[in-house]
Design a protein around this ligand. Structure first.
Ligand code: GLC
Length: 534
């Protein structure tokens, strides 16, 4: 195993490679079919060898798991399916010894309907102070039988649910995820305490779920989609919340990464002002199709929007909400869009894999930090989860047209020949693994220099060894149509060929890494990327 790397400086987050662990599906230590903290602890050497700087854990707190843990019942308790708080503390410390920092996930927009606050609000009834922590309202219509407004849910359907005493409560996601009222001081106080709770346990950062949704227009007005600004997205008052959070984080040297889905670059950048969030996910890049012009524009826009606020960009290809990269890049339409997800969209996995390998070298060469979703380093495709095993509420609330997000959440294959591919001792994990996944198993790929895993290990090793990568300037080089070529520091060059024709490489001293074999004449085949010194 690689020797632990010494911790980096305070600015580690400006160029880190951050690995996203979905604990339910990473590794199952106790053999009950669900991944857990014991599983993660046992696999920490794998993450150290891969060469990541930090791990972001999707929510591991007490939860009825209606929305995969994004329905939190208690922020200070680890869900018993995953382990205990003492184990989480050990995990954070053990990871740190291997040079890996921990990022936890906080979901401030809503809680679980099993959270003590919401249970108390239901019990206390209309007009009670307990209900003020949420958005309870009487309905419209003669008998209050209509929802208070027309807001659509992020997961299809209405955002309002009526309780037996006749009031309605707001939930931008499922009815089991009631939205908190961020105008209430107790809501702010509680979240700042939760931040302190985790920073005091040694976490280095916090990922903020649905970060632009917290504040609602207090009038809760109807709106016309596409004409009015959505009264529950990106309200100006939200920045005051993040300024207070920043003060909390600064006391511990902690950092934030916001889940900010906003099409408007200028409004997006406001979240990254020096006294707000350190970073935010780059969804523009994640959703971008595999086309040279579009990618180049996405990269330019990203750098241009981050520059004025001095924040580093992040580069993200995949996460637990979207179609896995190799599947997406093998389709006719290589963009990602929640609205167009359908069952049975054809894909060419060989093509998608070639492109995903090239995209890995592209994103790891760009200035800023990189997020890597578990299984991306194995080149896992999106799995077809049988209909009767789907758990994701996004599928059910779409009326069954959207396959949901389970296909990217299937438990990881570790050992080709073991039951559940070594995920855990139990043959059947919580989501079924496809029958042909032995070839993706970590042990198979570890011995294969041409595997996706070998490519990621080498790319991360080089990226760490070369100070020219990570944060810092980049400059485009002249290139043929459909080719992306840019220089980092004085002697590092990345070239990606997205055109149909072979591309000539610029003069160089040495080939550092290639995502696939070059042609015999030294030209770069389509859907292939290289890192050059020269
Ligand atoms: C975020 C999460 C997603 C979750 C939603 C509601 O988008 O990434 O998984 O369903 O928020 O919390």
């Amino acid at each position: 195993m690689a020797a632990p790397t010494p911790p980096r400086t305070d600015d580690w987050w400006r160029d880190a490679v951050i690995y996203q662990v979905y604990p339910r599906s990473f590794a199952d230590g106790d053999g009950d079919g669900t991944g857990d903290l014991a599983g993660v602890r046992a696999r920490l050497p794998y993450l150290a060898e891969l060469g990541v700087d930090a791990v972001w854990f999707t929510p591991w707190y007490l939860s009825p798991l209606v929305d995969g843990g994004y329905d939190v019942a208690d922020y200070r308790t680890i869900d018993p399916a995953f382990g205990t708080l003492a184990e989480a503390e050990k995990l954070i410390a053990e990871a740190r010894e291997l040079g890996i920092r921990t990022i936890v996930d906080i979901v401030p927009n809503h809680v679980s309907d099993q959270h003590p606050w919401f249970r108390a609000a239901l019990a206390a009834g209309p007009g009670s102070p307990e209900r003020e922590l949420f958005h309870f309202r009487p309905g419209r219509g003669a008998n209050g039988e209509l929802p208070p407004n027309d807001w659509p849910s992020q997961f299809a359907g209405s955002t309002w649910t009526r309780v037996p005493d006749g009031e309605w409560y707001l939930h931008l996601f499922t009815p089991e995820q009631p939205d908190l009222n961020w105008a209430h001081p107790a809501v702010r106080q509680e979240h700042e305490d939760v931040l302190r709770f985790w920073f005091e346990r040694g976490v280095a950062g916090v990922r903020i779920d649905s970060a632009a949704l917290l504040v609602k227009d207090p009038a809760l007005p109807d709106f016309v989609a596409g004409v009015d600004r959505e009264p529950f997205v990106d309200q100006d008052e939200i920045h005051d919340i993040y300024r207070s959070w920043r003060a909390v984080a600064d006391a511990y040297g902690g950092v934030f990464v916001g889940e900010v889905w906003l099409p408007d670059a200028e409004r997006f950048a406001r979240y990254l002002r020096p006294d707000e969030l350190h970073t935010a996910f780059n969804f523009n890049f994640l959703t971008c199709p595999w086309e040279a012009g579009r990618l180049r524009r996405s990269i330019d826009d990203t750098l241009a929007e981050h520059a004025p606020v001095g924040a580093p960009a992040t580069w993200v290809l995949c996460n637990h909400d979207v179609t896995r990269t190799v599947t997406r890049y093998g389709r006719a339409d290589t963009a990602f869009d929640f609205a167009t997800k359908r069952f049975g969209t054809p894909t060419d996995l060989d093509l998608g894999t070639r492109r995903a390998r090239a995209a890995a070298l592209l994103s790891l060469a760009l200035p800023g930090s990189v997020y890597l979703y578990q299984g991306e380093e194995l080149g896992l495709p999106e799995a077809d989860v049988p209909l009767d095993r789907i758990e994701d509420p996004m599928h059910f609330r779409s009326g069954g047209t959207d396959p949901g997000r389970d296909g990217c959440r299937v438990p990881l294959p570790w050992e080709a020949e073991a039951p559940s591919y070594g995920f855990g001792a139990q043959a059947e994990p919580w989501l079924p693994q496809p029958a042909d996944w032995a070839r993706y198993a970590v042990d198979r790929q570890s011995g294969d220099p041409d595997s996706m895993l070998a490519l990621y290990r080498e790319a991360l090793r080089l990226r760490r060894a070369e100070p020219g990568f990570g944060d810092g300037p980049m400059a485009w080089l002249p290139s043929e149509d459909g080719v992306l070529a840019f220089r980092r520091s004085h002697d590092l060059v990345c070239v990606v060929n997205l055109s149909a024709a072979p591309a000539a490489l610029p003069p160089h001293e040495r080939l550092l890494l290639a995502s696939g074999p070059l042609h015999a004449d030294g030209t770069l085949p389509r859907d292939t990327a290289v890192w050059l010194r020269g």
